[in-house]
Design a binder for this molecule. Sequence first.
Ligand code: FAD
Length: 394
Amino acid sequence: MFARCSAGASRNSKYASKRLPLRRCTRSNSSTSAGTPKSPPHTQDRSRSKYAPRRLVIAIFSGAGLIAGWQLYNIYGKDSSFAAYSLLSKERVSSTASIFHLKPEGGAQDFERYTDARKRGIWNVHFKQPQLQIVRAYTPLPPLDSVGGEKQRELRFLIRNDPHGEVSGYLHRLPIGAEVEMRGPNVEYEFNPDVRQIVFLAGGTGIAPALQAAYALFEGNKAIDGDQTNKDKKLHILWASRMREDCLGGVSDAPPAETVPPKPTWSGFFSTPKAKPPPPVSQEQGLLVKELEALKKKYPGQVTVEYFVNAEDTWIDEDAVLRALSRFDGKDFTTGMTTPQEQRQILISGPPGFISYLAGPKEWRNGREEQGSVSKIVAHAISKNPHNVKVWKI
Ligand SMILES: Cc1cc2nc3c(=O)[nH]c(=O)nc-3n(C[C@H](O)[C@H](O)[C@H](O)COP(=O)(O)OP(=O)(O)OC[C@H]3O[C@@H](n4cnc5c(N)ncnc54)[C@H](O)[C@@H]3O)c2cc1C
């Protein structure tokens, strides 16, 4: 909507500036055309001198208006307008998802906005399906350490191919080199500088915001915090996938020694313990598992990951969230409820059903999507091991 307005505005101003000399030209032509009674020269001079100051004022105001309009368009309009990106490559992650690499076709200034968003928190961009004129949000993956130079100006996206989906299907059908229209960034969740420890519950492509969280947490305030403060930060990711192929070769990090508080003795009477076969470990690692492993190497002891695969009957349940909460209990947090809430956060990202299953649904109020109350698994886990923790559904 905004984009169309700004595109129109820029076109109009272009036309306006072209029309202006044309009008003047027509007027002067008509005054000299054959058959039209001519005014005596002295009358023409007088009327010219009479109108000259007014014309000058109009011209100055029009010019100033055009300049102001152009500045406003640059400041406000551009953020919501679509920019052209070209599709460089697609890397297959699994039978249903690929990582897309895109490069801006415009100048470097277009990319600065994304560099800033990366440091702030969780963000997305909109892709346009041009035939249907519909847009969908997608979450850029953070830049890889292994790439430098021009490649740092690429955007990467993990995109699931929904066989019946309008935009994801369109994107997956695009050939390499195709142009994609994108607008953004939309910063969805900005980290408070106080944040120290995060438990991230990710479902499916919700791993992309988890990787963004890692980047913003460790790299975002690096210059301000310094290396020592950065070393106190921790991120624990619980990633649930439908199939093992989505997280091939992923092995969960062991829970901390002092883990789940003992269950009430009666709990075993009412539920038969599920015997879960250990997941088959593949020597081969999926692309995203490699990225998570690289993060663990870069921040040893600070990043930990647990994998859950629905097809193997492993789920993020109350025990898993309780175990994750116990990772919060570092030396800085023994004071319990007195620590500021922003320091410890549980972030949840994935399809609406995943968020709803873990913490209750987000709610629509007055045409806006709001957080809704925190209930279900996450609320029960917090009540069993009380923490002053902020919960945010992404
Ligand atoms: C903030 C945000 C970030 C996101 N980031 C990512 C990301 O990084 N990667 C990613 O892959 N996705 C991401 N998504 C999801 C993405 O925006 C799209 O929702 C997703 O790709 C599906 O869009 P689509 O146009 O392909 O499917 P749609 O056309 O919207 O269809 C979605 C599903 O609904 C079904 N459907 C459509 N119409 C009907 C109907 N009338 N009756 C019954 N069923 C119907 C379709 O069959 C399909 O299965 C994100 C979403 C949000 C909100």
